[in-house]
Design a protein around this ligand. Structure first.
Ligand code: BTN
Length: 330
């Protein structure tokens, strides 16, 4: 990504603890002092808190919490994921946009489409996914060298990456509900939707989409969702930087993705099990055909399917469904 004047200015301000004079910036960036001043005014409008003091210059006090490409590329520690970022103010769905881009074979692996708001967010099992401003709505284009039936492992890896990143940044002990809901205290904080285009034994591309309720007030959710959903804001009572969270997720995901490319699937499953809140529980799964399966969630198999032990001792393998943990009366 070519650094624009705007990005170079942000970098310069970030890298300086105190004030940076207009003259130094204009020399460094090779633009006039008026151009620097204009850029600073623009950044202030975007939410950067910059102090301007005569004879001293500019000092960055805080960065905006909303998504910004310059902030993401400044923070990025990955070599594959997020090296190309496509940020949109608003989209129908980041997954749909990423699929459209991935069909153009020129697009680089690891490209991420992100949006401040989605009007037609896609959820699992054909559902709509509410995507309000303040959330993290992102879809990455991947070309894993694995079989199509192994694709759920990429989604598992993403659930682990998200869990680790949120825990690291917020100390909230989030966990994973099968297959890949990000859960906190019995409420859904986020979800993941992978979509693939493949032939029999070859994945052309996989779009990995994840959505997280981050800086969203519960009052913004429609009433029926208020009892089931949560957001980082609800739990922490403060906003966090979407840019920082995003790059932390990408960093975690990149190392897990390398394991997938090395076919170390067991290691992904082990990490997923470490954070899951499903195994060992009495559960009920609403299946796509409208029926329901109940029993004890025993394990997940090599491709991420749930092994359910029913009351008559039968083991059912469930590849897809909506799982609820049954609260057993004490
Ligand atoms: C679920 O139902 O739990 C999965 C939700 C996945 C939502 C994300 S938001 C970003 C990406 N774009 C979409 O349209 N959906 C996914």
């Amino acid at each position: 990504m070519r650094e624009s004047i705007r990005d170079s200015l942000i970098t310069a301000l970030h890298d300086t603890k105190g004030y940076l004079s207009g003259e130094v910036i204009s020399n460094r960036l090779g633009v006039s002092r008026t151009a620097v001043w204009k850029q600073v005014q623009r950044l202030k409008k975007e939410g950067y808190h910059i102090l301007t003091v005569r004879r001293k210059g500019y000092r960055l006090l805080s960065s905006p919490r909303d998504l910004f490409e310059g902030e993401i590329s400044r923070l990025l520690e990955t070599s594959l994921l997020g090296r190309d970022i496509r940020l949109y103010k608003e989209l129908a769905s980041t997954n749909a946009k990423a699929i459209e881009l991935a069909r153009d074979s020129e697009i680089r692996e690891g490209t991420f489409v992100i949006a401040n708001l989605q009007r037609g967010g896609k959820g699992r099992l054909g559902r709509h996914w509410l995507s309000l401003p303040g959330g993290l709505w992102a879809s990455g284009i991947l070309r894993p060298g694995i079989l199509p039936q192994q694709a759920p492992l990429v989604t598992f890896a993403a659930a682990v990456a998200i869990t680790r990143a949120i825990r690291e940044m917020t100390n909230l002990e989030v966990s994973i509900k099968w297959p890949n809901d990000i859960f906190y205290n019995g409420r859904k904080l986020g979800g993941i939707l992978s979509e693939i285009e493949s032939e029999a034994a070859n994945i052309h591309f996989l779009v990995l989409g994840f959505g997280l309720n981050v800086n969203i007030r519960m009052s913004k959710f429609p009433q029926p969702l208020r009892a089931q959903a949560t957001s980082v804001y609800r739990e922490l009572k403060k906003e966090i930087s979407l840019n920082v969270l995003f790059v932390k997720i990408l960093k975690q995901l990149e190392s897990l993705y390398e394991l997938i490319q090395d076919k170390q699937f067991e290691s992904i499953l082990d990490s997923w099990k470490e954070y899951n809140c499903t195994l060992g529980e009495q559960v009920s799964v609403a299946l796509p055909d409208g029926s329901e399966a109940t029993g004890v969630a025993l394990d997940v198999n090599q491709s991420g399917a749930l092994m359910l032990k029913t009351v008559n001792g039968q083991i059912k393998t469930i590849t897809s469904g909506d799982l609820s943990i049954v609260q057993v009366a004490a």
